[in-house]
Every structure is written in C-alpha cells, then in structure tokens.
Design a protein around this ligand. Sequence first.
Ligand SMILES: [Zn+2]
Length: 318
Amino acid sequence: MRRFGHDLVELPLSAGGPSVVYGKIPDCPAGTVFKNRREAYDAGVHRTTQAGIAGQAEGTQSVCLSDGYSDDEIQGDLITYTGFGGRDANTGRHIADQKLEQGNLGLVENYKLGRPVRVLVKESVLTGRRADTEYIYLGLFVVAGWSWGMRDGFKVLVYQLRAVAGDSITADETAETLTRGEETPTQRRSSTVNRIVRNYEVAASVKRLYDNTCQICSTRLETAAGPYSEGAHIRPLGIPHNGPDTLDNILCLCPNCHVLLDGHALTVQPDGTVLKRGEPAGTLTVSTAHNLNFSNLAYQLEISTGVSNLGRGGVDST
Ligand SMILES: [Zn+2]
C-alpha cells in the first residue's frame, strides 16, 4: 500500500498550475488508501490539498468528499456531490448563490463529454466516525446529471455521479467493509447492489403512445432502421431526485429536446407551456392516454432554475 514507505516530499507547483490529468492514474487502483490529502495529491489522484474540486471551466479531474460538508449523499453506485462556492469559510453555511464557473462548470463539461472524474472520499464520510481521517480513492465516476438545488436559501449546484463499473469501488460497499474493520476492496465485487435498473418497457410504451413523435417539437426521426425517439425522465432517477421509472414521469422526445431538457434549457409550465431558456416556445403535446404527473414537471422546473432564481431566468453563466 502507498501509505507505507512513502516519503512526503513537497512538490513545487509548475508555473502553469497543477498538472491536468483525467481518468485513471497509473499504479493507483480504486480502493487505494491515503493517509492524508497530501499523499493523495502526490499520487496524482486529487491535485489540490484544500479544495473539494480539482478542475477548471474546461473540465474537472477529481472531487473530494470530506466530512466538513453534509450535503453530499451516497447510495449504491451513486453519489450526490454539491459544487463549490457560496459558503462562509468559518461556519460552512451558504451565504451566496453558487455559480456555474471553474470546477463547477468543469463537471458539466465532463457530463457533456462523458469524461469521468476521480472521486476521493474521507473515511469518516463513509463510516460516520470522526476519528477516521484517512482518504480512500473510490475510482472513476461519470457525471450522470446536474441540476440546481437550494441550501439555506441559496442556489447550489448538485451533481449526480455514477461509479464506472470495473474502474471503481462503490461507496456503500466500502463503508460496510470499513465499518467491519476490514481492508477496503480493491475491485468492485458486485455491480448489482442498489443500481438503478431502468424499465425499458416503460420507455418503449411512451414511444409507442406517441409513434416516436417528439412531444415538444413534433419531430419524428426516421432512421434506416425505422423511427427513433427517446424516453426522457422528467424527474431524474436516483439520488438526489429519486424520480419514478413510470409512464407518468416519462416524455417521448427527439434527441435534441431530450438533451435540452436534461441540460435545463427546456422546462414545462403547469399549463403545458414549454419554455426554452425562459421564453415561451410552444405547448407540450400530451395524449389523453398519458396520465402525466405535472408535479414532476414542476420539480424539473425547480431544479432547472433554482427556486430563488425564478423570474431571473435560467442558468447563471457568469
Ligand atoms: Zn423535439
């Protein structure tokens, strides 16, 4: 293990800042334990000894969950991670809106590219024991979704991270192992525990219901292999949203509108009015046979704008 025979050497930062490396670190498998943040820095896992996010607007290389913040949530192969900024350094309370910039924006870039982010977690986050001060590298996670949330009355960015099978250990399996006092697993033992299992029949039925025609823009794509559409969950599956995988929470959309919905550019008002970046852009087509749950659309509107931002319009891009 790296924690043995490892000299702590202060490495000078190069003029261009910390080196930017995405994805796997050679000789550092998921499950590697570090004595402290400095060791994880030196190994190249998380190239900052203070910040929770190592990243820039162009992309984020790694995040670290430490017990100072209680917002983060772990369930199966999913982690909810809250962005940086807006906190009082002393109390940890939110005193300003977070912004979609620097490493926060970088995580959205990772989402768009499907580029994984390394996840480091303080042992105490997993075990709940404050005395557990080591850091565990959980491996690679993809950014499965992002949204706005509210904390103490201020907007925060909320990311859903999903463990990459084969390149990660799941947080809750690791927590159980550590709590039993055993060594951490160095590879995933199971990929079926607490995973989101999608019911593809539900998506198939919404596509049948609308004959693969987009409920927002009425596009019906015809490929060489027949018509194509996507089943889009309105309230996202998994923590922190926990939307249901049921017909009343799914829209039949074209790929463009699906990307815009998940990217929070499209929202739907309770009366069915579709807003594109806050501006009216048509009406949602709803079949009488489709019992849509409009409270899920209200939820999607909320996580797309942040409650405090209603009326100010969409994403803050400063
Ligand atoms: Zn469309």
